[in-house]
Write a protein that binds this ligand. Structure first.
Ligand SMILES: Cc1ncc(COP(=O)(O)O)c(C=O)c1O
Length: 278
């Protein structure tokens, strides 16, 4: 068994060279301002130097940009075990994406419907939903955290759910106290009811691997399927080689099922294209 090459890993993060008042800086946060390794700074620099463009044009920088976006989506689909690159959506940060998602989903809510948010979540997974609910004349119920141990319990969620519930927004791990939420249990509870489950993985993702695909083997992988959304991107869809063809149903938001896929250890097209962009 090889020792974890911590010195090499640290050397990949230029921000760790920072010192504050003569002390090495420690970075504890994991959202939009997360530190990135040198491969990322190099790829971003190269992109702005050589390819910077909008997508979908016929000129060379635009074609390159379209290809880079596709390669990045493919690499991330591989990383998260998504079935297709189109399941990966980029945005400015979690807050902006949640605002966009809440606006899109709220169009499907009828007045009088209910949504559930939690008191353990970061505001980025509460306010966007509350604002959308107010616009649609929907009510908001709160799944309260147990103050004795800072956990969310499924038994406290159950009485909040009714035939009016259309969405539950919950975190996988708390940024404030570190508690993990039993999202697989929530998914099991709402499975087949049509209630959408929106999960904030900002503070979970840096600490644990996430698989969003179905399968039999849990093998230490997070055992649930993320709610997902497809953007209409015909040119990317044509070239997507991985996973099953998209059915109409799979292009809509879906309640997660409790399944996971065995990690794929093969060197994939995605990993190779990620290598090329180092
Ligand atoms: C748990 C959690 N979710 C969401 C956010 C918002 O993240 P972003 O900065 O990517 O909008 C944060 C920010 O600290 C967070 O801690």
């Amino acid at each position: 068994m090889h020792a974890f090459a911590i010195d090499w890993v640290r050397s990949q993060f230029p921000s760790l060279e920072l010192s504050v008042d003569g002390q090495p800086a420690i970075f504890l946060d994991a959202p939009g301002g997360t530190q990135v390794p040198i491969a990322v700074t190099r790829a971003v620099r190269d992109y702005y130097r050589k390819h910077n463009s909008n997508v979908g044009g016929r000129f060379v920088t635009s074609k390159n940009t379209t290809q880079i976006v596709h390669q990045t989506r493919t690499a991330l689909a591989d990383f998260f075990h998504a079935s297709r690159p189109e399941e990966i959506i980029f945005g400015q940060n979690m807050t902006s994406l949640t605002f966009a998602m809440s606006r899109a989903l709220a169009k499907t809510w009828s007045p009088g419907s209910e949504i559930i948010v939690t008191s353990l979540d970061h505001d980025a997974n509460i306010s966007p939903w509350k604002l959308a609910a107010a616009d649609r004349k929907c009510s908001v119920r709160t799944w309260e955290v147990r103050t004795e141990d800072c956990t969310l319990r499924i038994e406290d969620l159950r009485p909040l759910i009714s035939e009016k519930t259309c969405l539950i927004a919950v975190t996988l791990a708390s940024n404030a106290v570190g508690s993990h939420v039993d999202v697989a249990g929530v998914s099991e509870l709402v499975g087949g009811t049509g209630i959408k489950l929106f999960v904030d993985a900002v503070h979970f993702a840096p600490h644990s691997r996430i698989s969003v695909c179905s399968g039999e083997n849990t093998n230490g992988w997070t055992n649930w399927r993320l709610t997902k959304c497809d953007l209409p991107q015909p040119s990317l869809r044509k070239s997507g080689k991985r996973g099953p063809k998209a059915s109409r149903a799979s292009q809509e938001f879906r309640v997660p099922s409790i399944t996971s896929r065995k990690p794929d250890t093969k060197r994939t097209e995605a990993a190779e294209s990620a290598e090329r962009w180092k």
